[in-house]
Design a protein. Structure first.
Length: 39
């Protein structure tokens, strides 16, 4: 391949990014609830 690999699938591509975003979203939701309860 002249332009390099398909980074949408390989090398921490779309799947890994989507998984990380979903995990961060869950983490933020939990921490927002904890912050509201501690105030």
């Amino acid at each position: 391949m002249g332009g390099g690999g398909d980074y949408g699938v390989f090398a921490e591509g779309r799947y890994h990014i989507t998984k990380a975003i979903l995990e961060l979203n869950e983490w933020l939701a939990k921490n927002k609830e904890a912050a509201v309860q501690s105030e």
